[in-house]
Ligand binder design. Sequence first.
Ligand code: ZN
Length: 391
Amino acid sequence: MYRSYFKHLECSVCGTQHSGSELLAVCKTCGKALLASYDIASARSGLRREEVASGGDSFWKYLPMLPLRSPSSIVSLGERMTPILRLTSLERKFGTGPVWVKDEAMMPTGSFKARGLALAVTRAHELGVRHVCLPSAGNAAGACAAYAARAGMGCTIVVPKDTPAANIEECRIYGADVRQVDGTISDAANEIQKLKKEHSDWFDVSTLKEPYRLEGKKTMGYELAEQFSWNLPDVIIYPTGGGTGLIGMWKAFGEMEGLGWIGPARPKMISSQAAGCAPIVKAFAEGKSESEFWEHAHTKASGLRVPKAFADYLILRTIRESGGSAFAVTDERAAEAVRKVGKQEGFFFCPEGATTVVALEQATKAGFVKRDAAVLLWNTAAAAKYPGFAS
Ligand SMILES: [Zn+2]
């Protein structure tokens, strides 16, 4: 018998409770991000981790801790748990404990964005939405277009003009209406705001401007905990644009401790950004709780070209709570890391993922990652979507 322990939505800033069965975007009181809240006490006695883990090879097995009304609503493109590979050449080079990479290139549409958009589209579909819209820096566009097509929904995407061609092409193949604007994802978001005024029935699935993409990204935390036999690595390095994955993993760790699935130990959460667009690195270094808009953002790691993340305050809070840090990486150093790891390991990092390798080097040199530390890097997308980045 299916049971979801989802209770309601709660504002991440003012704490106002909102109904979980209504179609909502952000907090009605203060306009900040809404978080899904669960009946952890009941789930603690009702859910055994081994039983949940044995429920298949995709993140849908964590359904009791996801907000769906019914499993029959699931919009799926064949998601699988993504592999974790050990990169011994990096251990030798940086003198750390084991270094692992979780390879999200294996998700449908070739990126981690599938997790969030599978959930957001499924939930929007359950709540009666017929048309979704999204500003994107690249991979979220493809995932949104694919899941919307799968659900039989309309989809409008706005991307910067210099978004990788592969992302634009896949959206067109999935039948989405794709529009291009000058500038960055922030300009794309402004265009979406304008379009929404003309189309009041469109639902915006922008990062953290609706509550359910985060729930999809949260499965990264559940999945890695299970794959590491419920002992989390010491350090997680995550390429950070909008930051949903970082915030989602942290939320998952908290929920799992409440469920009695893991103990109180937490990884240091390290954020890697591009030197040409590093608002989180700057705000972290300056001790600020929010970032400033990054002018003239430029990097070929398109997923990191986010001048101001909507939930920057949650990213910074997560990094600080975890005792983590943030590092900026040039495109040149990232490209060099792609080539080295490719040759030594047979593993092809995407540009965003490659920033985690360079951030590990910086963190090790700074003495921030200890010699025996177990480290998990994230490769967030298929490198083939970025032809020419490292060659
Ligand atoms: Zn609020």
